[in-house]
Design a protein around this ligand. Structure first.
Ligand SMILES: Cc1cc2nc3c(=O)[nH]c(=O)nc-3n(C[C@H](O)[C@H](O)[C@H](O)COP(=O)(O)OP(=O)(O)OC[C@H]3O[C@@H](n4cnc5c(N)ncnc54)[C@H](O)[C@@H]3O)c2cc1C
Length: 427
């Protein structure tokens, strides 16, 4: 196996952006070059605001954005029923539709800026793990009746043909969804930003964010790294599950939760034994598997969540066993890459978009379903930064409740085990 390096990093090492050095002035400084930070910068640029500096502690896409499953689909980490129960049918539907708009926006940016990111427009299947057709009936009806979205029903026999697995009991097909190489997309956005005049600096870990004293010229912020500083009017923190201790008022409102991915050796002629579709697949359990074929005939397989990171060997072993439960015909397949990534979860599982009372903006809490919502967050935050607050107000129902630190992590792990057990008893 290739150590801890991800398949994504191995196939897209990226062009280096120089670290921040010395003092810079900018109207807006964004901290964190994951999808949330990149999308905020993109929306600002597309609306004519180019006086922006984006600071990344490591490399562009170092966090969840460059390590994820690559599924691009509608919805949030909070499930649709809970979304509508919280804000009502009309507003819930509106918020869900925004995520479909975000999927279209990602598609548009890939085409408009010529981002080569292995985008595969084959849709996504939600496969039924349980021998109970009501699971799909209820989901299909809910999506149609409450959200106006038609997910096509695939019979068990048909789906067994496409997925080449006897493990499932039919599926729903989301045609408008797609999958891609997320790190190539992140790097493509960074290149586009730089070409458009936005300053992007890697290896520039922000160590402090301080309000400028009034005596030193009034309003604004000093955002400092080890080798430089940005003096700016607005600062936006987009550090996801990698925030650590940078800003305690934000860190106390998220839990960093790990999830795992592995990639097999190229399957070549064996691929059709495993998948007869170019769509991506996930299943109906709380603790679901998610997987998809890659352009070079490998299979990418993800799953599980945990409050701790595991070694690549351990991740590979766990996920390989999961894969064989669905594809026993792949026994003996070599695993070439395995890695972990951290997601950021708020207590309510919805994105946290807004401004602290002291004026620091934030965009985080996208959980395990963040590719679409981070793109949407970029629009919401950029509009707010340009003085248009109605979009960000739509997310005001989900603030920054404390997640309870280590006790919260323990509670999250126990909840996960509980649901895992419930799935196991149901099957
Ligand atoms: C393994 C895995 C699989 C997933 N699969 C999917 C999927 O298939 N589909 C989907 O929709 N979602 C998926 N998700 C979720 C999705 O990837 C995330 O919700 C989303 O990428 C979060 O983006 P972000 O910008 O908020 O955070 P991140 O991508 O984590 O970015 C945060 C960035 O901030 C930087 N940073 C942190 N501290 C500092 C600092 N002090 N100074 C400067 N920079 C700093 C980090 O280095 C990092 O690059 C998955 C997540 C994981 C981990």
């Amino acid at each position: 196996m290739n150590g801890a390096e991800s398949y994504y990093r191995a196939t897209a090492p990226g062009d280096a952006c120089a670290p921040l050095a010395g003092r810079q002035q900018a109207r807006i400084c964004i901290v964190g070059a994951g999808f949330a930070g990149l999308a905020t910068a993109m929306s600002l640029m597309e609306h004519g605001e180019r006086d922006v500096v984006l600071l990344e502690a490591e490399q562009v896409g170092h966090g969840a954005s460059g390590r994820n499953g690559g599924f691009v689909f509608g919805g949030y980490s909070l499930d649709e029923q809970a979304l509508l129960a919280t804000v009502g049918a009309q507003q819930g539907r509106r918020l869900y539709q925004l995520t479909l708009g975000a999927v279209d926006q990602i598609r548009r940016r890939i085409a408009q800026y010529g981002i080569d990111c292995d985008a595969t427009h084959g849709g996504i299947y939600l496969a039924n793990w349980f021998d109970d057709p009501r699971v799909l009936d209820e989901r299909q009806h809910f999506m149609r009746d409450h959200l106006g979205v038609e997910w096509q029903r695939i019979s068990p026999a048909d789906f067994a043909q496409r997925a080449r697995s006897e493990r499932y009991f039919g599926a729903l097909y989301e045609q408008n969804a797609f999958h891609f190489h997320p790190l190539k997309y992140a790097q493509g956005l960074a290149r586009t930003l730089q070409a458009g005049g936005i300053r992007v600096h890697e290896n520039s870990r922000v160590v402090s964010i301080e309000a400028l004293p009034r005596a030193a010229g009034g309003k604004g912020w000093r955002v400092a790294t080890a080798a430089g500083e940005v003096l700016c009017e607005e600062v936006v923190v987009c550090c996801g599950g990698y925030l650590e201790r940078l800003y305690p008022a934000l860190a106390g409102a998220i839990l960093p939760i790990a999830t795992y991915v592995m990639v097999t050796e190229p399957l070549g002629g064996r691929m059709p034994q495993a998948l007869a579709t170019d769509a991506a697949i996930y299943d109906t359990r709380f603790a679901f598997d998610y997987y998809r074929p890659l352009a070079d005939s490998r299979l990418l397989w993800g799953g599980r969540i945990s409050v701790r990171s595991r070694s690549p060997e351990e991740v590979a072993r766990l996920l390989y066993d999961d894969m064989l439960k669905v594809y026993p015909q792949l026994a003996g397949t070599r695993v070439d890459y395995a890695w972990s990534g951290l997601m950021s979860y708020g207590r309510h599982k919805m994105p946290q978009l807004g401004k602290l009372p002291n004026g620091v903006w934030y965009g985080m809490g996208f959980g395990g379903h963040g590719v679409g919502p981070t793109s949407l967050a970029g629009d919401v935050l950029s509009a707010a930064l340009m003085g248009e607050l109605s979009k960000v107000e739509q997310f005001a129902a989900w603030g920054l409740p404390t997640t309870g630190g280590p006790a919260g992590l323990l509670a999250a792990q126990m909840t996960y085990w509980y649901y895992e057990l419930r799935d196991w008893m149901r099957q």
